[in-house]
Design a protein around this ligand. Structure first.
Ligand code: SF4
Ligand code: ZN
Length: 304
């Protein structure tokens, strides 16, 4: 009797990456890797690499702790996860890190942007005009986070590119008036590099803020593929300004398998020598939005 060429491990839920319908998924072990195999009635089978070390994967499942609950739930349980998201009372965790998107606009148009932001006035995907949120909307968003969390641990002002919002410093003033433990600003660094008076004003908020600075590579070829522009000069100038004003910074590296994973060591070595840098975050690329030609069965850079 023939046997299957994989080991079935568990059954779970997932969503179809095309239509976002909730689907059943098998977790299987095959060729020393862990895969999620899902089946959408409309889009067929999809196989996604989730780990390339089976023992590590199994070990990671042994760490279990009770989930922290938010102070408030905002939506009723009606259709099940993920359709009730808001958060609903069935959600197993609080929001340990909240992103508040203050604008859809950006001064870059990265080919990999999953927020569908960009420098063009109108989105090429949704065909909706891009806009800045008003101060009233932003305050309402931040108040919702505070009502849910009490004292939110980390709030990141994000976008789009938050530093191009015309009322950027008013937004920081609003955020600073709320009981947020750690306030961060996600930025591509373009304004930091080009506008020294902006850095000067930003430094006056130290030590109460931290920058989360996009920093993917030292190589033009990599930057072109991820960001659509040669940002080497921008990065250098931004880091020089942040060092000069000693603005606390975390570097954020988007990693794409086979493209810039060879630079991890160099980036850490570089970061260790910069006065302003307090940490480096490596995030495997999110295969969504404008990113094309990505095979989730082999191109995913997993945590293992
Ligand atoms: S800098 Fe960020 S928000 Fe702007 S286009 Fe690139 S990924 Fe999107
Ligand atoms: Zn589907």
């Amino acid at each position: 009797m023939p046997t299957r060429n994989y080991l079935f491990y568990a059954l779970t839920n997932s969503i179809c990456s095309k239509c976002l319908v909730k689907v059943e998924a098998k977790i299987i072990f095959q060729d020393d890797c862990v895969y999620l195999v899902k089946h959408c009635p409309t889009h067929g089978q999809e196989k996604v690499l989730i780990a390339d070390d089976i023992e590590y994967y199994k070990k990671s499942l042994e760490f279990i702790k009770p989930g922290d609950m938010p102070l408030r739930f905002n939506t009723p349980i009606k259709y099940g996860c993920p359709y009730d998201c808001g958060l609903c009372a069935d959600h197993e965790q609080h929001s340990c890190l909240t992103l508040v998107e203050v604008t859809d606009k950006c001064n870059l148009s990265c080919p990999i942007c999953y927020a569908d932001s960009g420098a063009e006035e109108v989105s090429t995907i949704s065909h909706q005009p891009r806009s800045h949120r008003s101060l009233a909307q932003i305050e309402k968003m931040i108040d919702a986070v505070v009502a849910n969390e009490g004292e939110p641990q980390i709030v990141q002002l994000s976008g789009g590119e938050p530093t191009i919002h015309p009322e950027f410093f008013e937004i920081i003033d609003i955020a600073k008036s709320k009981p947020i433990k750690h306030l961060m600003i996600n930025t591509n660094g373009v304004r930091i590099a080009k506008d020294k008076s902006f850095c000067d004003r930003l430094s006056q908020y130290m030590p109460g803020i931290e920058l989360y600075l996009q920093f993917d590579s030292f190589e033009n070829e990599v930057l072109q593929e991820l960001r659509g522009a040669d940002l080497r000069d921008i990065r250098e100038k931004a880091i020089n300004h942040l060092n000069e004003y000693n603005i606390s910074t975390t570097l954020v590296v988007t990693l794409k398998k086979g493209l810039n994973d060879h630079e991890i060591g160099n980036i850490i070595e570089f970061a260790l020598q910069q006065k302003c840098i307090r940490g480096v975050t490596f995030q495997p690329i999110q295969a969504a939005g404008r990113l094309e030609g990505f095979d989730p069965q082999k191109d995913r850079y997993t945590l293992t």
